[in-house]
Design a protein around this ligand. Structure first.
Ligand code: SF4
Length: 289
């Protein structure tokens, strides 16, 4: 059985930089509370916990005056203001590519566009972008979410940074058609981040070349789920694994070539471990004399 890695996979700079910031603080003896998981990877979360970098649900769980980190996903602007007003010291590790989306949403609202965000309304990044739009942006997952919606004269579509590129393009096509037919100005800005685009392109190429694809990443990781989906869209069986125990030997029974990819917050060491475990499933075929 041959294991083939995707050309682009694993840690993106946004997650890596965010981890570095809180790790440096933790190692220097500062206790840090991150608002939500800094990384959707249980192994790294456990390591950070050991150096007093704790994940909390909201500010009410943080002791007075403590250091609070905004994660790479970003946060609504009022969160930072509230936290500072309550005496917390804020460390902002928002990925610069998420900051760019937040600013884009704000600019579009200021230019009187009705802003649509293609993404998951419950995702932290998306909630932050909605916050930056002053609560005016509408989150959609499909055209069906526009039922009963009355747009203004100008509509703009942007995306969550980790959306499925093909699905975003398909939605944009439908939306442009609909808006043009209704005489409404429409602007589409593809705000899916470059690392996400590269990883999705790479997993599609990989999927066309292997029998099964394994995407390694936390079960809560949106970008890892999108990698699985992209591989499946190429007609290849694909599975997401968070830990070694998630692997099923049956997935590899008839596989000669196994493709491996990893989400933006998966460290190399976890990828190596998963590959080693997959290799251990190999049933050596008897050599005929
Ligand atoms: S996935 Fe993209 S937007 Fe999100 S942290 Fe990584 S580089 Fe930044």
């Amino acid at each position: 059985m041959e294991i083939v890695r995707a050309q682009a996979m694993g840690f993106c700079f946004g997650v890596r930089d965010a981890i570095d910031v809180v790790r440096e603080l933790g190692e220097a003896g500062t206790t840090v509370y991150t608002l939500g998981a800094i990384v959707h990877n249980p192994q790294i979360a456990e390591q950070l916990e050991e150096i007093n970098v704790h994940v909390v649900g909201d500010l009410d769980d943080v002791p007075p005056g403590a250091v609070v980190a905004i994660t790479a996903h970003g946060a609504p602007p009022d969160l930072q203001e509230n936290a500072e007003a309550r005496g917390f010291k804020i460390i902002d590790t928002t990925c610069p590519l998420v900051t760019r989306i937040q600013k884009t949403a704000l600019d579009l609202v200021n230019q009187r566009y009705s802003v649509l965000i293609y993404g998951d309304s419950k995702h932290k990044e998306v909630r932050g972008i909605v916050g930056w739009s002053g609560g005016k942006a509408r989150v959609i997952a499909s055209m069906a979410d526009l039922e009963g919606w009355t747009p203004t004269r100008r509509v703009a579509l942007i995306s969550q940074s980790t959306s499925n590129v093909e699905k975003f393009i398909a939605l944009a096509r439908d939306l442009v058609g609909d808006m043009v037919a209704r005489g409404i100005e429409i602007r589409v800005i593809n705000t899916i981040c470059k690392p996400t685009k590269e990883r999705q392109r790479a997993v599609r190429e990989l999927a066309r070349d292997v029998d099964v694809v394994i995407a390694i990443g936390g079960l809560a990781s949106a970008n890892t789920r999108k990698l699985v989906l992209a591989a499946q869209e190429e007609g290849t069986a694909a599975y997401q694994v968070e830990r070694l125990d998630d692997l099923c030997p049956e997935w590899f029974q008839n596989a000669d070539r196994v493709g491996v990819t990893a989400g933006a917050s998966t460290p190399d060491v976890v990828i190596d471990q998963v590959e080693e475990r997959i290799q251990s499933y190999e049933v050596r075929k008897p050599v005929l004399a």
